[in-house]
Design a protein around this ligand. Sequence first.
Ligand SMILES: Nc1ncnc2c1ncn2[C@@H]1O[C@H](COP(=O)(O)OP(=O)(O)OP(=O)(O)O)[C@@H](O)[C@H]1O
Ligand SMILES: [Mg+2]
Length: 157
Amino acid sequence: MPTHAIAVEEYRPESEPYYHPVRDEVSLFEAAAAGRIPLLLKGPTGCGKTRFVEHMAWRLNRPLVTVSCHDDLTASDLVGRYLVKGGEVVWVDGPLTRAVKAGAICYLDEIVEARKDTTVVIHPLADDRRYLTIEKTGQVHPAHPDFCLVISYNPGY
Ligand SMILES: Nc1ncnc2c1ncn2[C@@H]1O[C@H](COP(=O)(O)OP(=O)(O)OP(=O)(O)O)[C@@H](O)[C@H]1O
Ligand SMILES: [Mg+2]
């Protein structure tokens, strides 16, 4: 078991998170989500990336799963792992797997902080294949049609 904590938030806004559009990003996000195309949000701290995703989750009525990426994050942190619970070994889905199954928006914050052996799991989700492979269980999960991958990048941070 890793000793580091993984920061995951699951969020379903009840009222509209206030967002003042800067340009046409709302319709761009809607078009990308409808076309099942992943999004990259790039911009400095405080420019509204997180708020924008929260707003879009409300607008599209989808749950939002946010993972703050860092260099200790492993593929298992995202995908899931076997845990011992009450003397039994059980598989526990990670945040990415939960989002893939539930049709959530999965927001991988500061993706460049994560290592290559971690981000490799998102490759087949980020193109037209749209599936998640869980190596440890040997399962392949096609993404729910509403699953939407959003990654952020803060240049120079
Ligand atoms: N376009 C906007 N409309 C409404 N509020 C905004 C907007 N842009 C920024 N804000 C305000 O600025 C705050 C900081 O924005 P936010 O947390 O979304 O930035 P961020 O780009 O995610 O920053 P970081 O890279 O540090 O995570 C928000 O909580 C919100 O109050
Ligand atoms: Mg943010």
